[in-house]
Design a protein around this ligand. Structure first.
Ligand SMILES: [Zn+2]
Length: 94
């Protein structure tokens, strides 16, 4: 049927490990190691805060722990912190 898979199954299926990632916080002037990654969607007006992504994404920005904790979104936007659990914080009028 599929000769490619009759020889040594699994050879090309090495598990993708999570390599230790060391990237710097994206905030200007902050060189701390990033521990979180955030992405946003203008149409949804939502920002998602995740644990540091394994791969750099052009639409994602890295933040250190301090900046991730202090992260706020513009008025009318929603911030979804997915770093632990699924807590949702809404940024209401300040
Ligand atoms: Zn920072």
């Amino acid at each position: 049927m599929d000769p490619e898979h009759t020889g040594a199954p699994g050879l090309h299926r090495a598990p993708v490990a999570c390599p230790p990632v060391t990237r710097a916080c994206a905030r200007p002037g902050c060189g701390d190691a990033a521990t979180a990654t955030f992405v946003y969607d203008y149409q949804e007006r939502t920002t998602w805060l995740d644990r540091l992504a394994g791969e750099r994404h052009p639409m994602a920005y890295d933040l250190c722990a301090a900046h991730a904790d202090a992260f706020t979104v513009p008025r009318g936007w929603r911030l979804v912190d997915r770093r632990q659990g699924h807590t949702v914080r809404s940024e209401l009028a300040s």
